[in-house]
Design a protein around this ligand. Sequence first.
Ligand SMILES: [Zn+2]
Ligand SMILES: [Zn+2]
Length: 138
Amino acid sequence: MMQINGGCHCGEIEFEAEVDENKVIVCHCLDCQKLSGTAFRSVVVSEPDGVKFTKGQVKEYIKIAESGNQRAQGFCANCGSALYATSVEPLNRVYGIRAGCIEQRNLLTPKNQIWCRSAVPWLKDIADIPMYDTIPMK
Ligand SMILES: [Zn+2]
Ligand SMILES: [Zn+2]
């Protein structure tokens, strides 16, 4: 287990959590693409009720999947940062914390990728796309 902390972009929301560094996944599902606004999302899973919110008030959007399953998507209402997904029920919540809002994100290496059938087709070739340390000068 690993102790992590994180927060949203504007600083209104902060949290601490205990996570299993072996439960880091990349999700390529269409909902993650749309909710994140990008190609995929990396997530680490918390222990039941393993997240402590130390600052601010998280807003939740209830997503309804094709299956009818409901998932609460936590985000900052001020800056829009995506923070987690969890069960709609308030007890024994297991959080899928969005790795990008965790300070220790560079230590959270994904162990599995899911919903690969909807992964963007260019991803497997990403190492061949030109790379710059910052925005290149024109
Ligand atoms: Zn914020
Ligand atoms: Zn997903």
